[in-house]
Ligand binder design. Structure first.
Ligand code: ATP
Ligand code: MG
Length: 459
């Protein structure tokens, strides 16, 4: 039996809080995992940016990447390491690079999801550096009546960049005059016009990490620090399971393992409006109450990938999804079938077993960590980077208070899960492994599963 160390690299930019918490929690877990006759331990290191030889070996097993969508040096280093060294990276850099909002809308429309009506319009202006733009447009660009397109989409609508993020260039449009004005201002950006889901009665963000999905109520009209809500039971069990399957479908289709999806409910239907967020917000200043759960989900999934040397998928293989799409199934059944493909790809059962066997102390470790001065220091550090000096103290206490509220509800949840386990053992003896698995799966607010099959839904 050999002692083996798996190295996890954090490829970071401006992130402050989650990497510090992740590193501390992995250290405090102090875990050794038996895998195929080896004793596996974990080391976490921040990846540096420097010149590299394309043939130089990569000494990481897994990289958690937060740069690929804009920082090309790191993206290309990662791509080389996947190809040459078998590196496992969250998220797939090729998929991230090529799947902007537009592609994701088209793909999910094809799979039958109720994405609102969306049009693409050619840009208002072209860069003078594009030498071929003039002849191309003179020959082939058809003059179009913007107001007519507007009528076809219907008001209210949203104009937004086809590949955008962070609400840049997004505007709500109520009539043809506003549409013309917004188009005038859009410059060289290629824009979508998308029918607004309006009015909606609930807005949710689902955040997927591997097969784990966390669903949060969201208020886009609130100030930045209050958009993610601390809310419970805001959707029923069936909706929760529907949103979970939807997130798993999207992520497995694009080969993403960390992504968020915005869905708006109108007349009982959830319309997904933005799900190309493969570098989702991971800041304590946004996620607050939900932050420890996100860090835990990342710890679980990354240690699983590193310990088991999970191979990176070499291609996306959409055929199984298309095969389901071809059958004329009702939406709920389709999603279930897509999610089954996702569970297979994410090895959900194996993952649950891994967590139950090796990471059952993660809940306690995380719960303890968020009482420590180090945790508070990381919160303060992040707050200092975001808020003006005179607000740092008040906002540090605000976020710290929300984290302590999480500890309170988390401790209730852990006691409840323990009581359920004991009751289940008393009622009917189960194998120790099955009992442990329940503890892991119950970390999700979804109902703690009792059977192996339902473990998937809760994860
Ligand atoms: N079809 C729509 N119906 C209703 N509201 C919408 C629609 N499209 C966009 N919005 C609103 O505009 C906001 C920004 O749009 P969107 O999420 O597509 O852009 P983004 O730049 O990707 O934002 P982010 O980076 O925060 O996810 C949404 O959070 C939502 O509040
Ligand atoms: Mg969005």
């Amino acid at each position: 039996m050999a002692n083996v160390t798996r190295k996890i690299g954090l490829s970071l930019g401006a992130d402050i809080c989650w990497p510090g918490c992740y590193e501390e929690i992995v250290k405090r877990l102090d875990v050794t995992v038996p895998v195929a006759g080896d004793q596996v331990r974990f080391e976490v290191e921040r990846v540096s940016v420097e010149p590299f030889n394309l043939q130089q070996p990569c000494n990481y097993d897994v990289v958690l990447d937060r740069l690929t969508h804009w920082f090309h040096t790191s993206r290309e280093w990662i791509k080389k390491a996947v190809i040459m060294d078998g590196l496992y990276v969250l998220n797939n850099p090729w998929s991230l690079q090529s799947m902007e909002k537009h592609t994701t809308y088209a793909a999910m429309m094809h799979l039958g999801l109720p994405v609102p009506e969306t049009w693409m319009i050619p840009p208002k202006e072209y860069s003078p550096d594009l030498a071929d733009a003039k002849p191309t447009l003179q020959r082939y660009a058809r003059l179009f009546d913007l107001a007519k397109v507007g009528d076809q989409v219907g008001y209210p609508m949203f104009m937004k960049p086809y590949d955008g993020g962070a609400w840049v260039g997004v505007s709500k449009i109520d009539n043809a005059d506003q549409l013309r004005a917004a188009y005038e201002q859009s410059g060289q950006r290629v824009m979508h016009l998308q029918k607004a889901v309006d009015p909606f009665d609930i807005f949710v963000r689902s955040i997927g990490i591997g097969p784990q999905v966390h669903i949060v109520k969201y208020d886009p009209a609130a100030p930045l620090h209050a958009r993610y809500q601390v809310a419970f039971n805001f959707v029923d069990g069936q909706e929760w399971s529907y949103l979970t399957d939807q997130m798993l479908t999207i992520n497995a289709f694009f080969g993403w393992e960390f992504n968020s999806c915005e869905s708006l409910r109108k007349d009982g239907v959830f319309y997904p409006i933005d799900f190309a967020n493969a570098c989702p917000d991971f800041q304590v200043t946004s996620l607050h109450y939900h932050f420890p759960t996100m860090v835990k989900n990342m710890v679980r999934w990354s240690l699983f990938c590193a310990a088991t040397k999970r191979p990176m998928r070499k291609n996306l293989d959409w055929e199984p999804f298309y095969a389901v799409a071809k059958k004329d199934l009702p939406l709920r059944d389709r999603l279930r079938a897509y999610a089954a493909i996702a569970h297979e790809r994410y090895e959900t059962d194996r993952f649950a077993e891994f967590c139950a066997k090796n990471l059952s102390h993660l809940d306690e470790v995380t719960w303890e960590f968020f009482t420590t001065p180090r945790a508070k220091e990381l919160v303060r550090h992040k707050v200092s980077a975001l808020f003006p000096a005179h607000e740092v103290e008040a906002f540090t206490e605000h976020y710290w208070g929300l984290l302590q509220f999480w500890r309170k509800t988390e401790s209730d949840r852990m006691s409840h899960a323990k009581a359920e386990r004991i009751a289940a053992q008393t009622a009917a003896p189960v194998s120790s492994q099955a009992a442990e698995s329940e503890g892991v799966a119950a970390q999700s607010p979804a109902a703690a599963p009792k059977k192996k099959a339902s473990k998937k839904a809760a994860l």
